[in-house]
Ligand binder design. Structure first.
Ligand code: ZN
Length: 697
């Protein structure tokens, strides 16, 4: 384990924090907290916490002892002084006299002791930091320490390896009881450099930030070296031969379909998840191992992982990769069995405890021999967190098996953690957005309308895959949307292979699709007498053939996933009210419109709704002007005897509402259909400010 302390970096951090009003002791606390946070072998995604005991002035100008402790919601990797709020130490220390302290009261007391009432709530491990006297305290969930402590004889192993440098704290759930226990144990062993908490992690202490950090690294390093030696040249688990004749992106939609949880509500029939795939050497080794299925059921390496990954992983044994339909059935059956077992686990442990509400029973990590793992989450971010944790968990369990026999927390302790009110609070309680967990693929995604549609889908909670032929524009739009829920694919919608590949890449990124927006289109002006046949073909290729290919692939993907879906075709008012000199566009779009109606007929049986949006004259804005209008605008203006700059005004004035139609309006119409607010398929919704000529009939 590398000691990353650097005098120059430490000084730079002191200077940076001085500008934020923080003194040197707090600045160095920030610096080494970040060092710990930056190492995923120590902590992952908001895990771990650090503290500093210092002095501050109270309201009356008297100096008091304070504890700067990590605030919840902050990640050590990116922490700032504001993420280490000060709490008055004396009132916290007095809590040690209590016999017991419930979670709600503990949080209230922590908040009451904050010097700044607007600061984030101190870590749930704040009391442990408060009851120990050391100036600097660092706490991590280091993988190496966990491989050592998560053994039946963990205490003896820690003693053998770390000797008198640390004291052992038997497992107690975080809160007052653990804080008291840790303080008592330290008092009996006042010379130790730190505490090893059984099946939980490591605390180290120091007079300076550097001392506490370096002790932490040194302790972990001893264990890491021991493990590395034990692992040398060994593939510790017995691997079975596995043939995975499938790409992960082929299997992902089947997994995603199986994980989608039926809600019983016809208008929102499934609770869906975003998937992330991983296949490191260690993961593949684990997935192929004889011991894999048993290890997948063992508890997490440290208790707070349970809220991200749940306890057991779902291990799919002997997947029939040569028969995708059979694989789909196997997956659905296995997920159902997992849910059943989860409900039993809940009932077993919740019995006699009032007020507990069961979390969703869907597995968060699915292991497939030869393919690796799929991690599931409500968002791509949550799926990534689960995948990162699973990757470290699998590595740690392999190491633990190499030196002994992995043993996690008993079920009861795990349940207490999973249903701990303070852990539940971390997950947030807002009602999910209407398209949460859904993935939308938008063709023509880099255009003005495509961007508007993407913006509205994102706001409704969907993840979005933008497909476009223009890579540069695609990159610009992705940047302007500023979201981890956006993925882009460069592809020509008129090209069979490229279009299919776009769907494959979407499945690779998020696990599959639930919404397809058929939006790519080009225009070519000219009267029929003038129109060049190649130009006509080009327009038909994108507008009609591209729509056909997208509809076809959407229906195939949605059928395979087995959870229905929505397709929205961006049609045009020209379908019912064509314009002279606009034949190629109007005819090809009319063909696409007709195909969408056919898709509505064919998709209903598999729960796929297909609807059309018919906009008129969407010009885009300065940042993303409509490519279509840039191309046809000058000619259309000339045909009407106008200056091109007057064109937008002209279109606005010709509709009943004198409305400027925007890309966001089109996006709202797409979201209306995609959220299934009415039982509608095969319908067309004008978004044109009201054009009597174009009233659908
Ligand atoms: Zn912890």
């Amino acid at each position: 384990m590398e000691n990353r302390w650097s005098d120059a970096d430490a000084r730079a951090c002191v200077e940076r924090c001085a500008a934020l009003g923080a003194g040197e002791d707090l600045a160095l606390r920030v610096y080494t907290s970040r060092l710990i946070g930056a190492d995923p072998d120590l902590v992952l995604h908001g895990g771990g916490n650090t503290s500093l005991k210092s002095r501050a002035l109270d309201l009356f100008g008297s100096e008091i002892d304070v504890l700067h402790i990590k605030g919840s919601g902050w990640d050590l990797a990116s922490i700032d002084p504001a993420g280490l709020p000060a709490v008055a130490l004396a009132p916290l220390c007095r809590l040690r006299d209590l016999e017991r302290l419930d979670d709600g009261t503990m949080v209230a007391e922590l908040r009451r002791a904050l010097l700044d009432s607007a600061a984030p709530t101190p870590s749930v491990e704040a009391l442990l930091h408060a009851f120990l006297p050391h100036r600097y305290i660092d706490h991590s969930h280091a993988d190496a320490i966990l491989a050592l402590t998560n053994q039946a004889d963990g205490a003896a192993r820690v003693r053998a390896l770390l000797g008198e440098r640390v004291a052992w704290v038997p497992y107690v759930m975080p809160g007052l009881a653990l804080a008291k226990r840790a303080a008592e144990i330290w008092e009996k062993n006042p010379d130790v450099e730190g505490l090893v908490l059984e099946k939980h992690g490591l605390f180290s202490f120091g007079e300076t930030a550097r001392e506490s950090y370096e002790r932490h690294i040194a302790l972990v390093d001893v264990v890491q070296s021991h493990l590395a030696q034990a692992m040398e040249g060994r593939r510790p688990l017995d691997a079975r031969p596995v043939v995975a004749a499938r790409e992960p992106s082929e299997v992902a939609p089947l997994v995603r379909g199986a994980l989608a949880e039926p809600t019983g509500n016809r208008d929102a029939p499934f609770r869906r998840f975003i998937l992330t795939h991983r296949s490191s050497d260690e993961i593949l080794h684990f997935a192929a191992a004889e011991l894999g299925p048993r290890l997948a059921l063992t508890p997490p390496i440290t208790p707070d992982h349970v809220i991200r990954t749940k306890g057991p992983y779902l291990f799919i044994e002997r997947p029939p990769y040569n028969d995708l339909a059979a694989l789909g059935n196997l997956l659905r059956g296995d997920v159902e069995r997992y849910r059943h077992a989860y409900r039993q686990y809940f009932e077993r442990n919740a019995a006699g405890r009032a007020g507990l509400v069961m979390l969703d029973p869907t597995p968060r990590v699915v292991v497939l021999p030869g393919i690796g793992i799929f991690a599931a989450g409500e968002t791509a971010k949550a799926a990534k967190v689960a995948a990162d944790i699973a990757e470290h968990t699998i590595r740690t369990k392999i190491r633990a098996m190499t030196i002994g026999d992995y043993q996690g927390l008993p079920e009861r302790d795990l349940f207490d953690m999973e249903y701990w009110s303070l852990e539940q609070a971390k997950l947030g309680k807002q009602a999910p957005a209407p398209l949460a967990g859904q993935v939308a693929l938008v063709t023509g995604g880099a255009g003005a309308i495509g961007e508007g549609i993407a913006r509205k889908l994102l706001a409704a909670g969907a993840h979005v895959v933008l497909v476009d032929i223009d890579a540069e524009r695609l990159a610009r739009v992705a940047t302007s949307l500023k979201s981890s829920a956006v993925f882009t694919v460069e592809a020509d919608v008129a090209h069979d292979g490229e279009l299919e590949q776009a769907f494959t890449r979407a499945a690779g990124a998020f696990g599959g699709i639930d919404i397809a927006v058929v939006n790519a289109g080009i225009a070519q002006t000219g009267t029929l007498e003038e129109l060049d046949s190649d130009d006509f073909d080009k327009t038909v290729d994108v507008n009609l053939r591209g729509s056909f290919l997208t509809l076809r692939q959407s229906l195939r993907s949605m059928r395979q996933q087995g959870t229905g879906g929505n397709i929205v075709l961006v049609s045009t008012k020209n379908v019912v009210a064509p314009g002279a000199g606009f034949g190629a566009y109007s005819a090809s779009k009319a063909g696409a419109h007709q195909l969408a109606r056919i898709a509505a007929l064919e998709g209903a049986a598999i729960g796929v709704r297909v609807n059309m949006v018919m906009p008129d004259a969407v010009f885009g804005d300065a940042a993303n002007p409509s490519g279509l209008w840039e191309q046809v605008g000058p000619e259309r203006a000339a045909a009407r005897g106008l200056d091109p700059a007057q064109l937008e005004e002209f279109y606005r004035n010709r509709n009943l509402l004198k409305a400027r139609v925007t890309a966001d309006h089109v996006g709202n119409a797409v979201v209306f259909f995609a959220t299934q607010q009415t039982p509608t398929t095969g319908a067309a919704l004008p978004v044109d400010g009201g054009l009597p000529d174009a009233f659908p009939r």
